[in-house]
Design a protein around this ligand. Structure first.
Ligand code: FES
Ligand SMILES: [Fe+2]
Length: 265
């Protein structure tokens, strides 16, 4: 069925304010890469089909085993609006229309309309509730990311001077507290244990400054929760194909039973 033949009904509206600037929100809207990582509570897989200046088209797999959907996003930045359309899969024809209204420097009004290819009133009401719950969760996750990113962007990135050091405590105390976050020259790091050795790594992702402080370490790699890029903890090298490196981390040594983190020369 062609798009023009789909009869849509407005099932419901979800409106809120988001504590982030309009710029941050547009950045997030165009950022298809975060869908199956930041929103892993909703989506298990997102593959880009194509993108251009006005949006993107992806194959998106929802949690719970439903068949993959093809979703297209088209943005009208001048008028502060965008539409995501389900082109194929369950609910094909659905249009989610979003209006953005800047309210303050770091506050934006968001209104989301759910236009569904459905005529049964009871089903529309049930779907509207489900959509509202999903969109509340998605926007909560987006807002947390945008606020964190906005705060991180406001701080100049620093490097640790060679020889700067911090005493992290006794070996026993540090091992008990792993993974242990600390700052050296105001730069945040974390100590983890790899094959019995204590190793430090930067906890700011070099991509969009995402937080690695609580990220899982598996097989010597740390994976960012925002877009899923992973980095070798020891070398800082990106393992997922991007030309990125973690910031140089201090060396971790044990001197007289105490664990020291020392800035590299
Ligand atoms: S901020 Fe994008 S992968 Fe870390
Ligand atoms: Fe999002």
């Amino acid at each position: 069925m062609g798009k023009s033949e789909v009869k849509l009904a407005l099932a419901g509206i979800y409106a809120r304010t988001v504590e982030a600037s309009l710029d941050r929100i547009w950045e997030n809207v165009f950022d298809w890469e975060h869908l199956d990582h930041l929103h892993e509570s909703s989506f298990t897989r997102c593959e880009l089909i194509e993108r251009d200046n006005a949006g993107w088209r992806v194959a998106l797999t929802f949690k719970g085993g439903a068949p993959t959907q093809i979703i297209e996003l088209r943005a009208d930045r001048v008028n502060g609006q965008y539409v995501s359309t389900t082109l194929a899969g369950e609910g094909a024809g659905t249009e989610i229309r979003v209006m953005l209204t800047p309210l303050a420097q770091h506050r934006t009004g968001v209104q989301v309309e759910f236009h569904l290819p459905e005529s049964d009133k009871g089903r529309l009401a049930r779907l509207a509730e489900a959509y509202r719950a999903t969109y509340e969760r998605l926007w909560d996750e987006d807002e947390a990311m945008m606020r964190h990113r906005e705060a991180a962007l406001a701080h100049p990135r620093r490097t640790v001077p060679a020889g700067a050091s911090i005493d992290l405590g006794t070996v026993a105390a540090v091992r008990n507290a792993l993974p242990l976050g600390f700052e050296l020259s105001t730069v945040p790091f974390r100590v983890v244990e790899l094959d019995g050795a204590l190793v430090a790594h930067a906890t700011t992702c070099p991509h969009w400054l995402g937080p690695l402080s609580d990220a899982q370490v598996e097989h010597g790699a740390v994976r960012c929760p925002w877009h899923g890029y992973s980095f070798d903890v020891r070398s800082g090298r990106c393992l997922s194909g991007q030309a990125l490196m973690l910031a140089a981390a201090p060396t971790v040594t044990v001197v007289n039973g105490r664990v020291l983190a020392v800035g590299r020369a």
